[in-house]
Design a protein around this ligand. Structure first.
Ligand SMILES: Nc1ncnc2c1ncn2[C@@H]1O[C@H](COP(=O)(O)OP(=O)(O)OP(=O)(O)O)[C@@H](O)[C@H]1O
Ligand SMILES: [Mg+2]
Length: 237
């Protein structure tokens, strides 16, 4: 289980963007974090993944304290982080991009080959397009490529920040389907999403952040009942 406990963090000393935020991510489930623009969702992911050291609070992964550990140590701990920004290399092929996911074991050819086989089994479309330039893929396929690349390390948890932002609904659906498939395969998922309906639909647990604080959290069932009011009142959309 991954937990972030009472996180206080920001980018400059005087301003705490996260003001005592906690989340719990259960193994083999999808936990969705939602909230308006600027509520601190990405900041929380950066703290969890070691890109930002919190002023106080703790990040625990299977009971081990990750707080302040450098981001480059995450892959070795079975944690795959996909930031909000696009991270494919458009001029490299799909396969070259996927290979980059094996950077931490780049000298182990056998391990790379077997990881690549497994990734192509999980993502047959990526095998089909393996010689295409990544930049020629649609936005949704590029996101799926990022996920496929992340799977090279065979992570235990995937932390995905706004994977469908800017995608047409039908393309976004491919990305959500991919995430659900990976959950069925036993992966733990922490998902940040602005699409409240989809985040609740695929999430087993949901957290709402508002201006750097926990607003409310609960199971999918609890959220589905109050969805309408929640959208209207809390998220003001
Ligand atoms: N690198 C940064 N340096 C300084 N301030 C930042 C930085 N990144 C984010 N912020 C500020 O921190 C606050 C929270 O931003 P954050 O990106 O965590 O929100 P978010 O919930 O992910 O928003 P969005 O839904 O737009 O992605 C905002 O006020 C933002 O301006
Ligand atoms: Mg964000």
């Amino acid at each position: 289980m991954l937990t972030a406990n009472n996180i206080v963090a920001g980018y400059v000393d005087e301003i705490d963007i996260l003001q005592d935020v906690s989340v719990e991510v259960q193994d083999k489930h999808i936990t969705s974090v939602i909230g308006p623009n600027g509520s601190g969702k990405s900041t929380l992911m950066r703290v969890i993944c070691g890109f930002l050291t919190p002023k106080s609070g703790q990040v625990l992964w299977d009971g081990n304290d990750l707080t302040g550990r450098p981001s480059h140590s995450m892959a070795g701990l079975g944690i795959c982080y996909l930031p909000q920004e696009r991270t494919v290399f458009p001029h490299l092929t799909v396969e070259q991009n996927i290979h980059l996911g094996a950077w931490t074991f780049r000298n182990d050819k056998n391990r790379i080959d077997s990881a690549l086989d497994r990734v192509y089994e999980l993502f047959p479309l990526m095998r089909e397009r393996r010689n295409s330039k990544a930049g020629d893929l649609s936005g949704g396929m590029q996101k799926i490529l990022e996920i496929a690349r992340g799977m090279m390390i065979k992570p235990q948890i995937l932390i995905c920040d706004e994977p469908t932002v800017g995608l047409a609904p039908i393309i976004a659906k491919e990305v959500y389907d991919t995430i659900e498939r990976l959950k069925q395969d036993g992966l733990t998922i922490l998902l940040v999403d602005q699409n409240v309906r989809e985040a609740i639909r695929i999430g087993d647990f949901v957290y709402v952040l508002e201006v750097g604080q926990n607003k409310v959290s609960g199971t999918k069932a609890e959220f589905e009942t109050d969805l309408h009011d929640m959208i209207k009142n809390w998220l003001q959309i």
